[in-house]
Design a protein around this ligand. Structure first.
Ligand code: ACM
Length: 779
């Protein structure tokens, strides 16, 4: 008997091993619901749990619940045809509840979901999934454990009807299965508009039966395999040469599109297709030069940046015939009532130089090329309206006069959106500074080389969708918001998810949660279990918001260090001995001073655990610190803030996307002489230079060092030889180390050649390069 009891205890211990303790974690839903009232106790999902609905409109969701709960917990629940008293999930439709709204009640006995529509019940399921303990997130589900859902009552509804995500599949193509994953992560965040950027200079992505060359030609570009796709010079890539084969690309067949539209519909997502015209249309001109101004078969699908010559001809009647044929098929494929026709960044040079366009403008009383573009958009709007659909365009469609029924997508800040709403047009807000997910999301030194400027998670989150400039009536024209992912540098899925998350959580909360319930500090805490789920599911995401920013300032041959972060009250711990910071390492409380060279390693901690990654920087206090510098060639007045001591003042050049500080600029080669107070021995000279390809700033192509013991006679003590200028684009700090064995040096002359001309295949090719140096480190 006693043996049996012991055995039972052992079995029970084994059985419950790894199960969560009885206390529920705090409820952390994103987007934050309108009302959350936690209870006590749990509903336990197990294989005897059933889902039931008495409403035929909701019965489509039974299998969705079954499948999604199985995916999330590993537990297969049943579908019941009869009402349940206990251990059931019941779905109820209630007329009094708004269309996308829901009430979710989790009791120990049952889960009751009341919704205004199937979409509302689907959103309740998304919330329910977020109540599942994080331990269930990976593929390795806890064994022998019931899945305990904390009891709670949640009443919830969206603020905006338009909650979107845009993906550019032209610059990099993502196939059908990846688009399904996009739709899945959108559904998780209750996003309901997938804006699919299907056509741009670098590739056409949708099968059009009437114009097959759009995909046989327009979907393919030269794949520069010797360029690193991740970061190489997108904007400076050479165009396709005669005889070169176009092998990079892909497209969706009409069958693929139908499948994806159906997949989206099951997730209550409408797909907004974008066909970007009249600019950004190299791929169309390459396929059908008949719609260009000169009609010549000279166009190629773009391999990189925007070409000057990429616009359709607006004065050619066939352009409209062609577009009607294309848009007819697109509108047949996509049931959504809106279609996006681009309208952005149209280079109108070709129109200026085209006699027929100029005559056309005269004949039609169009005073400039903006009005010509407006004419074009109005013609396209007629095609769209004739099919009972509505046109959306980027905010450039305001220029030259807005088409009568057009909806504006505001990307160049909020101005376009404000103007459109004030003139009674519908608007979707996606200002680049907050909602462009391809921009950097942390301190440049610690981010991947993706994206030039900055859109921090806090900027994205704190963005107010309704501009203050609008009256209550005007604000009604703001349909909502979306996050946009352009993919010039997004060449694989890992980069796509890294740039998307966690900022898409912020976009989703802006679209769903009323502003009075939004709070950034609360948001970043709520985010933690969601990121833990992503980690368990092996989804790459950015931890940048939880990383320490390291700032430094040279002061009298010492370095003052300031550490901060996007968080309000981060627990920052740091080390100076090269070790990884721990929860009990020195706590950062105020700026501190380094009097000798150190590596700073800093991280943010919460509940004893590191939140993000370690930020690590080496700051040398070197032998030339504070030394006088003689300029044999002057520095440029454009970048001269550091003055005569800039190269030795310990104010290191910053990679700051808001403006690159502390760098000293040189129009000519660098030729400077550092004068030491005492003779010194030199082992290494490190020259730090800025590479900012978009501005034609490149590191030196050769560095030479000359040492002197008396300030008169100089001998060569170091030579880097030729330094190849890499075509990897971006904003980077480049270090060049020159080893030398020199003793008793009083004067060090440093000569560095700038790149001139900038080679083919680089940003600003053919122009004179510019040098930015800081600092010259003597070790
Ligand atoms: C855009 O970013 N050109 C809409």
């Amino acid at each position: 008997m006693r043996f049996q009891v012991v055995l039972l205890i052992i079995i029970a211990l084994v059985f419950f091993q790894g199960c969560k303790p009885e206390k529920a974690d705090p409820i952390k839903i994103i987007p934050q619901p309108t009302e959350v009232v936690p209870g006590t106790g749990f509903f336990e999902v197990n294989s005897a749990t059933n889902v039931y609905t008495g409403f035929s409109e909701l019965s489509v969701l039974n299998e969705t619940f079954q499948e999604e709960i199985k995916n999330e917990t590993g537990i297969e629940i049943g579908i019941s045809k009869i009402p349940l008293n206990r251990n059931g999930i019941e779905l109820i439709l209630e007329d009094s509840i708004a269309s996308e709204a829901y009430v979710l009640e989790v009791n120990p006995e049952q889960i009751i979901i009341k919704a205004g529509s199937p979409a509302g019940a689907f959103y309740a399921l998304q919330t329910l999934k977020q109540l599942i303990p994080v331990e269930f997130a990976g593929s390795d589900k806890p064994k022998n454990c019931n899945c305990k859902i904390p009891t709670v009552r949640i009443a919830d509804q969206p603020t905006f009807a338009w909650r979107g995500y845009m993906l550019d599949v032209s610059r990099h193509f993502f196939g059908k299965e990846k688009i399904k994953e996009v739709l899945d992560f959108m559904a998780m965040l209750k996003l309901n508009r997938f804006h699919w950027h299907l056509a741009d200079d670098q590739g056409w992505r949708v099968e059009i039966k009437k114009y097959p060359k759009l995909t046989s030609v327009g979907a393919w570009r030269v794949d520069y395999v010797n360029y690193d796709e991740t970061v190489s010079n997108w904007w400076g890539r050479p165009v396709q040469k005669e005889g070169e084969k176009a092998t990079y690309g892909g497209f969706y067949t009409q069958e693929d599109i139908k499948e994806l539209v159906a997949y989206a519909k099951e997730r209550y997502i409408e797909i907004l297709p974008e066909i970007d015209v009249p600019g950004h249309s190299m791929e169309i001109l390459a396929s059908y030069p008949e719609v260009s101004c000169d009609g010549q078969p000279r166009y190629k699908v773009a391999t990189g940046g925007v070409s000057r010559d990429n616009a359709l001809c607006p004065s050619n009647e066939f352009t409209y015939t062609f577009l009607e044929g294309v848009l007819d098929e697109v509108m047949d494929l996509f049931p959504f009532e809106y279609i996006h026709i681009g309208g952005d960044e149209c280079n109108k040079e070709g129109w200026k130089n085209h006699q027929a366009c100029q005559l056309f403008m005269k004949k039609n009383g169009l005073k400039d090329e903006h009005e010509l573009q407006s004419y074009f958009i109005k013609r396209v709007e007629k095609i769209v309206n004739n099919r009972g659909k509505n046109l959306i365009g980027w905010d450039e469609i305001l220029e030259g006069g807005l088409a009568p029924n057009a909806t504006v997508m505001s990307w160049r800040g909020q101005r376009g959106g404000i103007a459109a709403a004030k003139s009674g047009h519908r608007v979707i807000m996606s200002p680049s500074y907050a909602n462009y997910l391809d921009l950097k999301q942390g301190q440049s030194d610690f981010e991947p080389n993706l994206g030039y400027s900055l859109a921090l998670l806090s900027t994205c989150y704190n963005y107010s969708v309704i501009p203050k400039e609008l009256t209550g009536e005007e604000a009604k024209f703001i349909m909502g918001t979306q996050g946009n992912l352009w993919t010039e540098s997004i060449s694989d899925w890992g980069k796509l998810t890294y740039m998307t998350f966690p900022r898409l959580f912020a976009v989703a909360e802006n679209g769903w949660t009323p502003e009075y319930l939004q709070d950034f500090d609360d948001f970043v805490e709520r985010l933690r279990p969601h990121l833990a789920r992503m980690k368990a599911k092996k989804v790459r995401y950015a931890k940048s918001v939880y990383n320490v920013w390291v700032h430094q300032k040279g002061v009298d041959n010492t370095i003052e260090i300031t550490l901060d972060s996007e968080l309000s009250n981060p627990d920052i711990r740091y080390t100076l001995d090269g070790s990884t910071p721990k929860a009990n390492s020195s706590k950062y409380t105020a700026p501190f001073v380094l009097t000798s060279s150190h590596t700073i390693k800093a991280a943010i901690f919460k509940d004893g655990k590191m939140s993000g990654d370690v930020s690590s920087v080496w700051y040398p206090i070197h032998k030339a610190a504070g030394a006088r510098v003689i300029y044999h060639m002057p520095f440029s007045p454009k970048d001269s803030a550091g003055g005569q001591y800039a190269l030795t003042d310990l104010n290191y050049g910053q990679l700051d996307v808001q403006g690159d500080h502390n760098w000293q600029g040189f129009e000519n080669d660098l030729d400077v002489e550092i004068v030491f107070d005492q003779p010194i021995d030199i082992q290494t000279v490190r020259i730090i230079s800025l590479k900012k390809t978009i501005r034609g700033t490149y590191p030196p192509t050769q560095i030479e060092l000359f040492g002197s013991k008396d300030g008169v006679e100089f001998t060569k003590i170091g030579d880097s030889g030729f330094l190849e200028t890499s075509q990897v684009q971006g904003r980077n700090r480049i270090s060049s180390d020159l080893a030398c064995e020199a003793t008793g040096i009083r004067n060090l002359r440093v000569k560095a050649k700038k790149v001139d001309p900038i080679p083919e295949g680089h940003h600003q090719a053919g122009k004179k390069g510019y040098l930015k140096i800081d600092e010259i480190i003597v070790l």
